[in-house]
Design a binder for this molecule. Structure first.
Ligand SMILES: NC(=O)c1ccc[n+]([C@@H]2O[C@H](COP(=O)([O-])OP(=O)(O)OC[C@H]3O[C@@H](n4cnc5c(N)ncnc54)[C@H](O)[C@@H]3O)[C@@H](O)[C@H]2O)c1
Ligand SMILES: [Zn+2]
Length: 369
C-alpha cells in the first residue's frame, strides 16, 4: 500500500484523525482495534446498495468472519436523507440487539455519512461511529467537522446534530468507480476551500485540472489532503459556526437557491456551488476583489466544467436566496473574497447588489431577471 497520510482534527469537543491513502479499506479492522481496543464491539455498516455491490469484497476482506459488521442499507439519493430513514435504521439496530457499545460505520457519500452520523448521535442518546467516505465530496468535506442531519420537506439539513466520528478512513481507490460528474462536484468544494483559505491549493487545482479530472492519484490525493487540512483548520477554530466556519459557505447561498428551485434534481451539489461561486466572485469584484483575480477564478471554475444552468430567472434566485439558512435574525450573511485565499463574511449585501451579481455570474440577461 502506498503512503498513508494522517490528518489530525482537533475541535473543542473532539479529536480524531483522517487517514487518507490508496487501498486503506484493507486496514479498517486494524484501525477499529486501535481505536476501540482488542475486545470486539458489535459493528454495523450503513451503506447504499450500489456502493456495497461494488466495494463489499474490499470492505470485508480484512475482517475475520466472526467480526464482520452487520450490513444496513439506505437507498442512494438525497430524497432518502429523511427522518423516516432514520427511524427504519434505528429499528433495525434495535432488532439486531445493538446496545450503547455498538459502532456504526458510514460507508458511502455525504448522504450516507450525514444520516449515519445523525443516527449515531441519537441512537441510545449517542453511540460511536466512523466515516468511510466514498465520494470526493465526502472525503474533502462532509465526513469532517461533525455536522450530521437529515432534510425536511421545508429545506435541507434542517434537523441534525453535531456528532464527530471517532475516525475518518478515506481510501482513494474507491473513488475509481465514481461517475465523472460526482468527481467534478467534489472538486468544486476543494476549489472553494482553496479560494477561502489557501491560495496554493487554488493554484494547484488551476494547474492540474486535467490530471484531476482524469483522477490521477498523486494530484487527487494532494487536493483531498489539503482540502481536509483547510476544513480542519476552520472547524478547529469555530466548531459550531459562530463565525469563521461560515466562510465554508462561500458560493453556497446561491448554490442552495439553485438546488432548492430545481428540487435537488437539476445539478449535483458541487455543480450548484460552482455556479454559486461565480455569483459570489462577481459580488466580491464590486467590493474590492481585484478584477484580474476575479477573472482568473471564473476561468478556473469553468475549466472544471460547469454543466448548463437549468432555466431560472435572476429574480427567482434572489427570492430563493433570501430564505437561505445563513440568514441569522433576518440578516443575510454572505461570504465574499477579498483576495484568492482570503474570505470575509459581510452582513450588508443589498438585494440589488446580489441581483446584479446573479445576473453577471450566471450570465443571465437583465431581461430575464
Ligand atoms: N455534514 C457536512 O458537513 C456536509 C458537508 C457537505 C455536504 N453534505 C451533504 O452531503 C450530501 C452530498 O454528498 P455526496 O455528494 O457524496 O452525494 P451522495 O452521498 O448522494 O453520493 C452521490 C452518488 O454517488 C454514489 N456513490 C458514492 N460513492 C460511490 C463510489 N465510490 N462509486 C460509485 N458510486 C458511488 C452514491 O450512491 C450516490 O448515488 C448532501 O446531502 C449534503 O447536504 C454534508
Ligand atoms: Zn457544499
Amino acid at each position: 500500500m502506498s503512503r498513508v497520510r494522517t490528518l489530525p482534527i482537533q475541535t473543542a469537543s473532539a479529536t480524531y484523525d483522517v487517514l487518507l491513502g490508496e487501498g486503506l479499506l484493507a486496514d479498517l479492522p486494524q484501525q477499529l482495534r486501535v481505536i476501540f481496543g482488542e475486545r470486539p464491539r458489535r459493528s454495523f455498516v450503513v451503506t447504499a446498495p450500489e456502493i456495497w455491490g461494488l466495494w463489499s469484497e474490499a470492505f470485508l476482506a480484512g475482517f475475520a468472519p466472526n467480526e464482520s459488521p452487520t450490513v444496513l442499507q439506505l437507498p442512494a439519493g438525497e430524497h432518502h436523507k429523511r427522518l423516516a430513514a432514520l427511524e427504519r435504521l434505528a429499528q433495525q439496530l434495535a432488532t439486531a440487539g445493538a446496545d450503547r457499545s455498538a459502532v456504526l460505520i458510514a460507508f458511502g457519500g455525504g448522504v450516507i455519512g450525514d444520516v449515519t452520523g445523525f443516527l449515531a448521535a441519537i441512537y441510545m442518546r449517542g453511540i460511536d461511529f466512523i466515516q468511510v467516505p466514498t465520494t470526493v465530496l465526502a472525503q474533502v468535506d462532509s465526513s469532517v467537522g461533525g455536522k450530521t442531519g437529515v432534510n425536511l420537506a421545508a429545506g435541507k439539513n434542517l434537523i441534525g446534530s453535531f456528532h464527530h466520528p471517532r475516525l475518518v478512513l478515506a481510501d482513494t481507490a474507491v473513488l475509481r468507480t465514481l461517475p465523472p460528474a460526482e468527481l467534478r462536484s467534489g472538486l468544486f468544494e476543494s476549489l472553494k476551500a482553496g479560494l477561502i483559505h489557501d491560495r496554493a491549493l487554488f493554484e494547484f487545482i488551476e494547474q492540474h485540472t486535467e490530471a484531476l479530472l482524469r483522477q490521477e492519484t498523486g494530484p487527487l490525493t494532494h487536493v483531498i489532503a489539503e482540502s481536509v487540512r483547510i476544513k480542519a483548520c476552520v472547524v478547529s477554530q469555530d466548531e459550531r459556526e459562530a463565525g469563521l466556519r461560515m466562510i465554508l459557505n462561500f458560493g453556497h447561498t446561491v448554490g442552495h437557491a439553485i438546488e432548492a428551485l430545481t428540487h435537488y434534481r437539476g445539478l449535483l451539489h458541487g455543480e450548484a456551488v460552482g455556479w454559486g461561486m461565480r455569483v459570489a466572485v462577481e459580488a466580491s469584484r464590486t467590493r474590492g476583489l481585484p478584477s484580474t483575480e476575479a477573472d482568473r477564478i471564473l476561468a478556473a471554475i469553468d475549466a472544471l466544467g460547469l454543466p448548463p444552468l437549468p432555466r431560472l430567472t435572476a429574480r427567482r434566485l434572489l427570492n430563493a436566496a433570501a430564505g437561505d439558512k445563513k440568514r441569522i435574525g433576518g440578516v443575510r450573511h454572505f461570504v465574499l473574497l477579498e483576495r484568492i485565499g482570503r474570505a470575509q463574511v459581510v452582513k450588508d449585501l443589498a438585494d440589488d447588489e446580489l441581483l446584479q451579481a446573479i445576473q453577471r455570474g450566471l450570465k443571465l440577461g437583465r431581461s430575464t431577471g
